[in-house]
Design a protein around this ligand. Structure first.
Ligand SMILES: *[C@@H]1O[C@H](CO)[C@@H](O)[C@H](O)[C@H]1NC(C)=O
Length: 211
């Protein structure tokens, strides 16, 4: 009875680059859906969008107006829904043409379009394309003032294990505990391939958690 069938339960986890502080990364498209400062922009108004409740705050239904910042980022809502405590409030570093932006952005909401279709698709589709959804101001900054014209831009991003915003823990319906990244990493898509835009050009490595 000493036989351990561990070989059969190998779970391959991709860890983005070598930095253990990276929870997830991918590339895709950035769009905008709200703005609490430039409420009327691009021939539209964000008044109703700004009243929308954030997915990271379901119980108290904190709206974008109430959180009062343009730094909220919406990600793949399926992925967020699987593990809100892993992602909510965490910093996102967004790169355009491989250049990381220094904007302080954090995960706060779910994006429907970002959850449909293949996570590795590089074809823009307004209904299904991987990516993130931002405030108009942030997309305008990232696109060099071209958000209105472009509507969407190609981006890559990294979600870091660094909390920029503390959502009401009780509203997540989950205990907000700090866990080592690898205990949660099964939620990370194994197909994601991340290249580190800055100093450490290390390869992705694959780790098996069975011994
Ligand atoms: C969204 O996340 C889910 C769960 O991780 C994943 O299966 C799906 O491929 C993702 N979709 C996109 C477009 O990234």
């Amino acid at each position: 009875m000493g036989f351990q069938p561990t070989k059969a339960i190998h779970m391959l986890l991709v860890v983005c680059a070598a930095a253990s502080s990276i929870i997830d990364c991918n590339e895709g498209f950035g769009t905008y859906y709200y703005d609490i400062e430039q409420v009327d922009s691009c021939g539209t108004t964000f008044r109703n969008q700004n009243k929308g409740g954030l997915m990271c705050s379901p119980a108290v239904l904190l709206s974008l107006d109430q959180i009062n910042t343009n730094s909220v980022v919406a990600m793949n809502r399926t992925q967020l829904g699987f593990n809100p405590s892993l992602y909510c409030g965490k910093r996102v570093v967004v790169s355009v043409n491989g250049q990381p932006s220094d904007l302080q952005l954090f995960i706060g909401d779910g994006c429907e379009r970002c959850s449909v279709g293949s996570s590795s698709s590089n074809i823009w589709d307004a209904q299904s394309a991987p990516g993130l959804d931002f405030s108009y101001s942030v997309l305008d900054h990232l696109s060099g003032g071209n958000a209105c014209n472009a509507g969407h831009i190609a981006i890559s991003w990294e979600i870091l294990d660094e909390k920029l915003y503390e959502f009401d823990e009780s509203s997540l319906g989950l205990p907000f505990v700090d866990q080592p990244m690898l205990s949660n990493a099964v939620a990370v898509e194994p197909s994601v391939k991340c290249s580190e835009p800055s100093e450490t050009p290390t390869d992705i490595f694959i780790r098996a958690n069975a011994t």
